[in-house]
Write a protein that binds this ligand. Sequence first.
Ligand SMILES: Cc1cc2nc3c(=O)[nH]c(=O)nc-3n(C[C@H](O)[C@H](O)[C@H](O)COP(=O)(O)OP(=O)(O)OC[C@H]3O[C@@H](n4cnc5c(N)ncnc54)[C@H](O)[C@@H]3O)c2cc1C
Length: 415
Amino acid sequence: MKRYSVFAIAREAMRYHSGWEKAWVSPEPKAKYDVVIVGAGGHGLATAYYLGKNHGIKNIAIIEKGWLGGGNTGRNTTIIRSNYLQDPSAAIYDKALQLYEGLSQDLNYNVMFSPRGVMMLAQTHHEVRGYLRTVHANNLQGVETKWITPEEVKKIVPIMNINGPRYPVLGALYQPRGGTGRHDAVAWGYARACSDMGMHIIQNCEVKGVRSENGTVTGVETTKGFIGCNKLGMVVAGHSGQLAEMAGFRLPIEAVALQAMVSEPIKPALDVVVMANTVHGYMSQSDKGEMVIGGGTDGFNNFTQRGSWHHIEETLRALVETFPMLSRLKMLRQWGGIVDMTGDRSPLISKTPLHNCFINCGWGTGGFKAIPGSGWAMAELVAKGEPGPLAEAFNMWRFKEGQFIDESVAAGVAH
Ligand SMILES: Cc1cc2nc3c(=O)[nH]c(=O)nc-3n(C[C@H](O)[C@H](O)[C@H](O)COP(=O)(O)OP(=O)(O)OC[C@H]3O[C@@H](n4cnc5c(N)ncnc54)[C@H](O)[C@@H]3O)c2cc1C
């Protein structure tokens, strides 16, 4: 594929943009591939990309029931950070952050990574103690993060009311390297790079069944017919339980809707990401000027990919004391995605009971930030058949053995 560059833009401007190629091709499926990845979200596409780039495996089909990036990858609020409490989490999220820092150059696609800083407010004494513990853990892990005082918070975010009557700001866990990225661009950038390596991205093709013989997957039944494979990667987020059921095993996972919304666009007012976990709300400002706002998950299992009134009310009620200016803003759009939650709120990057079938899921409310690191680790697992150092703690049998990676206590909101 032709490289994107400033010269390409200038050249195309001179010839009425007639020379741009399609960013990826959408072929009909072949009878068989070395690897089939189910799910063309960020994690599935990144897995395919690093299989090609790091392990030289390029005879790959990525099968998507809708359009690529149309799942949670295109529905999230794009927060990127790596200041998690537990060692395996900090390792994989920081690997992802390091890859994000060079991703636009690596993919030759502007993913608009914006390291504007992520601030997690402490609004109870319990939270102060928890975040100070995370700062110490992160220092030991080599992940840069720091504790800042309420006065420093106010200096960075002048629109914030730090003296709220119910929940005054007592300080914040701050990661200046964190920030946001453009979620669609991450999916499109990986898709273009995969297509450039000759991989097949097959959209509008739903996997309906998994065929196996003697504990070995032979292929998948799809709405475009049977597609054979030597190895299968399942990367379908909220639909992982259903895929696992097709393959004949159960996962320690549940599906819940998570919603978000944006306000009307306003002039620049907020140049960091702010998360307020006690009250369950978070906010950043997009390049278009919209306030991007999210909160907690729905309190019940469901598969509805849409917004609801109670979420608008609950989330804005939570944030308005800390950001009084929100009371004057109109909300423009609201949507939802189906997130895949494990009991310890950590992901699965794991072998399965079928020896050539691997699963990557359970990123829940916080997997956008993990996409490059997760793809890197999953590619190693699929290529070698065994997990590397980044993935090994995230196996699905940890729930049987009690080796949890507990991020649920560490972060009430794990975005
Ligand atoms: C509202 C919201 C806000 C969020 N905010 C953040 C945030 O700020 N920061 C952060 O890090 N994370 C956030 N997340 C979480 C993040 O979006 C997800 O963890 C991440 O995008 C998961 O990516 P994925 O590739 O695993 O899944 P997806 O992007 O959902 O991709 C899975 C794909 O599999 C496809 N699929 C499913 N079943 C089948 C089938 N049978 N056959 C073929 N294809 C199938 C789906 O159509 C889908 O495209 C948020 C999520 C939501 C919903």
